[in-house]
Design a protein around this ligand. Structure first.
Ligand code: ZN
Length: 233
């Protein structure tokens, strides 16, 4: 009876020791995986600020002022035709370290999307304007309206032309909201970018988008506070 009891106690003790050891490993593993996750998140959280449809005399300089104050680089997808008479703005963008990329020369959907040849011709015309300022052609492209819903023929023509195209996964929605306030644009940026680690934020610097320039400082402050790194293409 005593022997049986001793054996029982020994078995229970062994079981308890096993629990402690395994439990210890489980806790360490869990802590390690949390640490890994936190670490990965802080490494990969990035935001690309992108501005389409500029340059404009009224809005682009204001956006550049904010970017300079916040020491942040952005990507400008320009309209070549508008830039012809505003090369002073492109020169400033280039000098201040921003990326100038191709959006369109005319931005007329009916013309540029009529055939792959028209699309490439439009891209090359825009790129000629960029080269006249930066000394080189851009290989970064954004389809007017985005690549969503375009024919495979058009999309593959751009890739075959050596261009990398960039859409977006978040937006200030300054092309959708009628007469937006800066607060609305800020809220759109925060909402559409939520739970996204690599944000490509769409905004516009065309002449009517004064609210975008006014919202920009707070938008940048938000991403900084959330630990994002700012990147340009
Ligand atoms: Zn556009």
């Amino acid at each position: 009876m005593n022997r049986n009891f001793t054996a029982f106690c020994a078995a229970m003790l062994a079981f308890a020791i096993m629990l402690v050891i395994c439990g210890g490993f489980w806790i360490r593993d869990t802590a390690f995986s949390f640490a890994q996750t936190d670490n990965n998140e802080s490494l990969v959280k990035s935001v690309y600020l992108t501005f389409d449809d500029g340059p404009s005399d009224r809005v682009t300089p204001k956006i550049l002022d904010v970017l300079a104050e916040e020491n942040v680089k952005a990507t400008f997808f320009i309209i070549g035709k508008q830039a012809e008479s505003r090369k002073y703005i492109l020169e400033r963008q280039f000098k201040e370290g921003h990326t100038i990329a191709v959006h369109s020369y005319t931005h007329k959907y009916g013309e540029i999307y009529s055939s792959p040849e028209s699309l490439i011709k439009d891209i090359d015309l825009c790129n000629k304007v960029i080269k006249s300022v930066t000394g080189g052609y851009s290989s970064i492209y954004r389809f007017p309206g985005g690549s969503f819903g375009l024919s495979e023929k058009l999309v593959s023509a751009v890739s075959a032309h050596g261009m990398r195209y960039v859409d977006w996964n978040a937006s200030v929605r300054d092309a959708e909201i009628c007469n937006p306030t800066p607060a609305q644009l800020y809220q759109s940026a925060v909402t559409t970018a939520s739970k996204t680690e690599n944000v490509v934020l769409l905004a516009h610097d065309s002449t009517t988008k004064t609210a975008t320039a006014e919202a920009l400082k707070n938008i940048i402050k938000y991403f900084k506070a959330e630990g994002y790194i700012f990147e340009a293409f």
